[in-house]
Design a protein around this ligand. Sequence first.
Ligand code: UD1
Ligand code: CA
Length: 449
Amino acid sequence: MSVSFIILAAGMGSRMNSDTPKVLHHIAAAPLLHHALTAARSLEPTRIVVVTGHESAAVAKSAEAFDPSVECVLQDPQLGTAHAVDMAAPLLADSSGEAIVLYGDTPFIRPETLEAMLHARARHSVVVLGFEAKDPGRYGRLVASGENLEKIVEYKEATDEERSITLCNSGVICASAKTLFELIAQVGNSNAAAEFYLTDIVEIARAQGLSAGVVTCDESETLGVNTRAQLAEAEAAFQSRARAEALENGVTLTAPETVFFALDTHIGRDAIIGPNVIFGPAVTIESGAEIKAFCHLEGCHVSRGATVGPFARLRPGAELAEDVHVGNFVEIKNAILDEGVKVGHLTYIGDADIGEFTNIGAGTVTCNYDGVMKHRTKIGKRAFIGSDTMLVAPVSIGNDALTASGSVITENVPDEALAVGRSKQVNKPGLATKLMARLKAIKAAKGKS
Ligand code: UD1
Ligand code: CA
């Protein structure tokens, strides 16, 4: 069955009190919009259409960054949810498949729930996702008997009796694309808000003899973000689920409540994650790798048997092969570390390729930036970089080569060579004692005056 998605993301989200459009605020290191897009994409849809309005260029850019095949349509002005969906009509009204409407600010709808809605379409022309609300507040209410839905009443329009209903509208609606747009074309705006309510399509469908049904999900799935407080709540909800999933998948979390995951974090079985580890976007940790306490990782890949930290930072493009060891106060960016490389302490490796079994001494720095351009450092296999070596890129170090501690390496080092790039040491016999005596005398003289 082919399905397309329409994701509503035109609203301003004024209660966020922000210059950033609501759907671009982050949960789990990803914009809210990407959470909705992830749920949509998991059903392998034919098309995904995002309806933009406020800050449309920024929202469209974010949608495109998620997946270039996502299409955006502009809704300006914003005249309500039915009007928003109608913006997608030129793209989808002729399609023969199903259409599902999602909200860009409702990040936690599960793919299984969307599947259940598609299944319910066998019994109903229009399927609405509802939930039992602990505090129904201002949600639209579902007037239903069993699975059969009679109508949706917006809170503003509802009678006291209708307001006492606790079965609420999540906003997610599924119908055939053809039916959806035919029904929307009949929606008017004579209501309290003078808006075109998407929710009106249920009553219109029923009046035409079409059936409407409710599928329900847990309230946690429909958690919408309208305020910063709800954003924080949603973050907490995401993290507690992600921790439980990691544990379930065979990952050791020493102190689960101190580990923060991103939407797209992948961690293999038998990996060990210590306390206070933060995962930014696009991190893969393979089975059996260990991330020790207080590490910050983003855009990186850590292979089997590798150990990282404590207190290490892996930035985008850090590729650690099997059994690599990255120790404390080490930062790695856009660098490939082949099997068995050791970078134990206090080091910056940026824009580099390091061959297998090379050892990088404490305090090594790849001087990769000249103030204008970035340059690459290439280090061969089994090399030994002495402590406090400055590698002034572009530069290459051969296989089995060695650099002396404290060297500033500005020229390529051939295979098997020892490079010494430091000034020669001079010892002055007895001078230390003389110097100290002189300094003490100066201090004593000052104390008297
Ligand atoms: C809507 C539903 C309500 C439901 C609630 C669930 C309608 C009429 N009401 O109410 O039944 O309980 O969601 O959260 O549908 N949007 C646009 N363009 C517009 C208007 C809205 O893109 O012109 C987007 C918003 O950015 C938001 C979503 O649609 O992502 C919902 O709009 P919102 O105004 O928040 O609807 P509610 O009043 O909360
Ligand atoms: Ca809302």
